[in-house]
Design a protein around this ligand. Sequence first.
Ligand SMILES: [Zn+2]
Length: 122
Amino acid sequence: MSAIDTTRFRDALLEERKRVAAAIENLHEDHQGSMADESGEDAVFDNHLADTATETYDRELDYTLEENSEHVLTEIDGALRRIADGSFGRCRTCDGLIPEERLEALPWATECIDCRRREERG
Ligand SMILES: [Zn+2]
């Protein structure tokens, strides 16, 4: 069994983690800004249903984005943990090695392509 060069993947994961964390931070800042605006405008809030609907819609989009980002962050943390404990690059289902080219495309992959496909088929 040949060991994977995890240093390379750890660097890539840490880089990606930084990027995702910054994106999440941006989203949080946007929310704080709009909440502060609203608290000063309680009186007109109910009279602008159309505006409110648009605002809610925008915010739902943001939350979806945030959920995805936080999901990715969890995946990245999991991969970094696996690098630390030596199980990185191993399929959690069949315990085979995940090909490096798959890890390059998706460093936080937890399954080899065969197992992934099998799972997707149900
Ligand atoms: Zn597998």
